[in-house]
Write a protein that binds this ligand. Structure first.
Ligand code: IPD
Ligand code: CA
Ligand code: CA
Length: 252
């Protein structure tokens, strides 16, 4: 294998995705006190803080220090365009509302794709949960906690519970429609969960804690890493398209 090919291997990229997601998450964690100033973006409830921006800068600086020819597309900063054909997609703080309310479901999400649009690696680090989920294309998915690493999905006790994870848009009109459609989505499930961080929701499908997740009106950075992690754990994954904007992941 030439050095160039090895440099773009999914497992090599996964290792950097994990370190970058953990760096972003560790940038957020010390500020998890509920005291950070909050600014409203597109509409009421769509929030951003200085921590979102600082975490994205930390992730981007790490990625570009090691891979200066790659591109980076993040939620909060202007895109960086490189020449390598690989693009990193970053949600520096998924679950900003949770973060500002001292709810522990927030994460940094980092994924990378090639110019064919193939997702090669991704990582989601939820520091207040002490968990990093990651995947490399063709090499499966895993989670890492203080107890070590485990392959996904986890070996959980079978039960008759069938849990659907979902989320609601910041846009009031979309939200009304999503609530009307919820009854249809819930058919076949025994209950639902709404944790407030789409990247984590997708990782919870990957580990088998949720049976499925669906949400529309998400952005690329919300699902980029989580969708690959769910897919590599064996979930059936349908990414949003122009024809159907719903992000769907179903493990069983
Ligand atoms: C949001 C979360 C939430 C989802 C929203 C996203 P943010 O991301 O993932 O669960 O319902 O649509 O925008 O704004 O906290 O990065
Ligand atoms: Ca997000
Ligand atoms: Ca975000």
């Amino acid at each position: 294998m030439t050095a160039d090919v090895e440099f773009a291997q999914p497992t090599v990229l996964r290792e950097l995705a994990v370190r970058a997601a953990q760096l972003g998450a560790q940038t957020c964690l010390p500020e998890f006190t509920g005291g950070v100033a909050v600014v409203t973006k597109s509409s009421d409830g769509d929030l951003v803080t200085a921590v979102d921006v600082a975490a994205e800068r930390a992730v981007r600086d790490m990625v570009l220090a090691e891979r200066p020819d790659d591109s980076v597309l993040g939620e909060e900063l202007a895109p960086h365009t490189g020449s390598s054909g690989l693009q990193w997609v970053v949600d520096p703080l998924d679950g900003t509302t949770n973060f500002t309310r001292r709810l522990p479901f927030f994460a940094t999400s980092v994924a990378v794709r090639n110019d064919d649009g193939d997702w090669l690696a991704g990582a989601v680090c939820a520091p207040a949960l002490g968990t990093t989920w990651s995947a490399a294309r063709g090499h499966g998915a895993e989670l890492e906690t203080a107890s070590g690493r485990e392959r996904l999905p986890l070996n959980l006790a079978p039960s008759s519970a069938r849990l659907l994870g979902t989320g609601l848009s910041y846009d009031a009109g979309h939200r009304r429609r999503q609530i009307r459609e919820l009854a249809t989505h819930l058919a076949g499930f025994t209950d639902m969960r709404r944790f407030g961080a789409a990247a984590i929701d997708l990782c919870l499908v990957a580990q088998g804690s949720l049976d499925a997740f669906c949400e529309d009106d998400l952005a690329l950075h919300d699902w980029a890493a989580g969708a690959l992690i769910a897919e590599e754990a064996g979930a059936q994954v349908l990414r949003p398209t122009g024809a159907d904007p719903t992000m769907t992941a179903r493990l069983r």
